[in-house]
Design a protein around this ligand. Structure first.
Ligand code: F6P
Length: 425
């Protein structure tokens, strides 16, 4: 579907909402949205906890926040307005929810809706972009990219990824220096488990920590490859015998040959995705049982996607830029599009932002291309390095307080007075 342009309107309010797993730079996108809209004289409401806030008419008036508080969002991790995982059914399956959204939009004169999330959220934005016509209300809907998983289609990369990639590469490098120091008498194998669900982009980024056969990480396990226990153990053993120690980086989404996750926590979210976490201890137990090596493992979990202190400058800039572009597209009358990042050059790294149809993005998952994974399946190729390296470049410094902690902003998040009867999604 190609982007739909409608006549541009100037009156009305803009609704922004955050969706899905948050990142260390999603609030930079919020800052981009709010600053761009303010500059155009448009009021921004934020939905509390994503689409749920829109359904419940639980809206936040961002005009009550000072300019400096909005600027401070650029360096504050987490989702300042709250986020959610909530799947909107189709119009045929749950018309009441769509009618309610239109009722809320109408009650607050909301003419533009910006939904900041990953592929599931792009689906929600796409559905909403199409109901206006059916339900007789002129609403333009823009999806705004965000996900640490870097698995959105069309865009070259996703805001949030560059920072988690940098955190992962740094952590791999630092922990490996630690393991190497004591390997003769203590730990021989260190296993780091990273996020990424079905796509190995974050695991791949660990590969930036070093280059060459003896440099850590010695083994990367991707969800794109079926886990081969014998090959894995043989590689661990050979590495320990040659180097003295071994660093393994495993994606949480590693599966066996039958397609089952090595570690599934047992719960599922609204979209049916299994909650993952726990590959590292499974692998560590295997290493101990079969090879007898002492190990340590780490599961940074939310630490990796909230680590604003290690954010990438490129990522923070892109996160801000997609927010601004989303406002430009909305106010220009576009509908059902997403501002995507287009790479125009690897070296020097150059990028720009363009609109892409949400229909080409919603519900798709971009996995690591085969050409990015080394032939033995345990590392990254030169092409992957060329792609990944610019995304972690540059630091995005933080103001620190006298207490030694970063000065993160806590917004007032003043509620907009509700005008409608309560609604339970
Ligand atoms: O949003 C993506 C992600 O960070 C995944 O990599 C991870 O598996 C998932 O979110 C965790 O989701 P939740 O915080 O809802 O458990």
């Amino acid at each position: 579907m190609s982007p739909v342009r409608r006549s541009s309107a100037t009156a009305g309010n803009l609704l922004y909402a955050q969706s899905g797993g948050v990142t260390s730079v999603i609030n930079a996108t919020a800052a981009g949205v709010i600053e761009a809209a303010r500059a155009r004289g448009v009021k921004v409401y934020a939905a509390r906890n994503g689409i749920l806030g829109a359904l419940r008419e639980d809206l936040i008036d961002t005009s009550k926040e000072t300019a400096s508080a909005i600027t401070a969002l650029r360096h504050t991790p987490g989702g300042a307005f709250g986020s959610c995982r909530y799947k909107l059914k189709s119009l045929a399956d749950n018309r009441a929810e769509y009618e309610r959204l239109i009722e809320v939009f109408r009650a607050h004169d909301i003419r533009w809706f910006l939904y900041n999330g990953g592929n599931d959220s792009a689906d929600t934005a796409l559905k909403l972009s199409q109901i206006g016509k059916t339900l007789g209300y002129d609403i333009r809907c823009i999806g705004v990219p965000k996900t640490v998983d870097n698995d959105l289609a069309v865009t070259d990369c996703c805001p949030g990824f560059g920072s988690v990639a940098k955190y992962t590469a740094i952590s791999t490098l630092e922990a490996s220096l630690d393991v190497a120091s004591m390997a003769e008498t203590s730990t021989k194998v260190f296993i780091l488990e990273v996020m990424g669900r079905h796509a190995g982009w974050i695991a791949a980024a660990a590969g930036l920590a070093g280059e060459g056969a003896d440099a850590a990480p010695h083994i990367i396990l991707f969800p794109e490859n079926a886990f081969d226990e014998a090959a894995f153990l043989a590689r661990v053993k050979a590495t320990v015998e040659r180097v003295g120690w071994c660093t393994v980086v495993a994606s949480e989404g590693v599966r066996n040959a039958a397609g089952q996750f090595l570690a599934e926590a047992g719960t599922r979210d609204a979209f049916g995705h299994a909650q993952l976490g726990g590959v590292a201890p499974v692998l560590a137990a295997l290493v101990k049982e079969k090879l007898g090596y002492k190990y340590h493992w780490a599961l940074p979990d939310y630490l990796q996607r909230s680590a604003r202190h290690a954010a990438s400058k490129v990522d923070a800039e892109q996160a801000f830029a997609v927010g601004r572009a989303a406002v430009d597209y909305a106010l220009a009358g576009m509908n059902a599009v997403m501002p995507v990042i287009v790479r125009t050059s690897d070296a020097p790294y150059r990028w720009k932002i363009e609109p892409a149809p949400l229909a080409k993005i919603a519900n798709r998952e971009k996995k690591m291309p085969r050409s990015f994974i080394s032939r033995d399946g345990f590392g990254i190729t030169a092409a992957a390095r060329r792609y990944l390296a610019p995304l972690i470049r540059g630091e995005a410094p933080l103001p620190y307080g006298r207490n030694g902690l970063p000065s993160y902003v806590q917004l007032k998040n003043a509620a907009v007075t509700a005008r409608l009867p309560a609604f339970k999604p």
